[in-house]
Design a protein around this ligand. Sequence first.
Ligand SMILES: Nc1nc2c(c(=O)[nH]1)N[C@H]1C(S)=C(S)[C@@H](COP(=O)(O)O)O[C@H]1N2
Ligand SMILES: [Mo]
Length: 357
Amino acid sequence: MQRESDKEAGNRLPPGQKLSAPDRWAIVGEKAPRRSDAPWTISVAGLVAEPQTWSLAELWEMPRVVQIVDIHCVTTWSKLGARFEGVMLAHLLERCRALPEARYVSYVARSERNHSTSLPLSDALELQTLIALTYEGKPLEEIHGGPVRIVTPGRYFYKSLKWLERIDLQAEDRLGYWEAEAGYHNVADPWREQRYIASRLDRKMVQALLERRDLTSHTELLSLDASGRDLAGLNARGVAMRNASFVHCNLENACFDGANLSNAHLEGANLRHASFIAADAEGANFRGADLRNADFTGALLTAATFCQEKMSETSVTPEPEMDSYGPALIDSTTRFPEAALAVLTPIQQQFVKSRLG
Ligand SMILES: Nc1nc2c(c(=O)[nH]1)N[C@H]1C(S)=C(S)[C@@H](COP(=O)(O)O)O[C@H]1N2
Ligand SMILES: [Mo]
């Protein structure tokens, strides 16, 4: 059953996003909570008059609401009309009585790495944040944050914490895991495309690295701008380069094995014989790139782009022609395993399959 008309879908898709297949829900980030024998509890702590801890059973007994939420992942896939049910954040906070000094809310997960994310408290309340217990009428699966996760409508999905264990109210903000570690924008409004903070890379340092064509002395080069360069044979093995730009680069024989190229721009690049073995290229853009003999074995390509993502014919707001890139050059020499194909959006999948022959 299709819940949304295409017209509505068009109006509800923020810039740079594309629709994943209706029956798909990608898994992003941690795959499981920290294992523990302790029963699951949810606590509210910090700047509240009455800190409290509830069991899951107690949470299930609280007044629940249903919310239809459009999910927008920063790696460019969206899933519209997801149906969550749970307890409003506002309800929990009323029961603990937030103090006037509380200006930020930090959600902490039961997680090996103490994963957290945060928002200004006023935003979290305005956005109708939900402590979600079910998805499409069934208890939330563990892989998607069950037994209980945060759902923050109107923000990129990294503001929706999986495996919620604690809510801290604070006077100062505490940057979350992705916001601190991956350069994700701390506001994260998809309608304003707030995906990443600005690059803080030193220009001279970048220049020296690119001249050597070896980036491996660095583990992290967020938003690297290398556009238009001749970087044939580049060694970028294992480097984290989220949001990097390699548009129009000559990257013949380049090695990106194990690199993080999330949301990277590779439009119009020469990537013949380039290697992306076990690279993370979620949301990366390969339009107009030459991918003959490129190797995507073991690569993660969730919502990656190889051709223009057209809206359906009935849509009133087709994706504007934002640039002049044609489809990527892919043929039977491109190594593109089934597993990599499966996570593309339907339009991308169809295109790549047709070219692989
Ligand atoms: N505990 C925890 N919560 C998390 C993450 C994570 O790695 N750990 N990843 C975030 C990101 S980046 C996204 S896009 C969504 C993904 O949720 P999903 O795997 O259910 O699609 O969870 C968010 N919440
Ligand atoms: Mo994400």
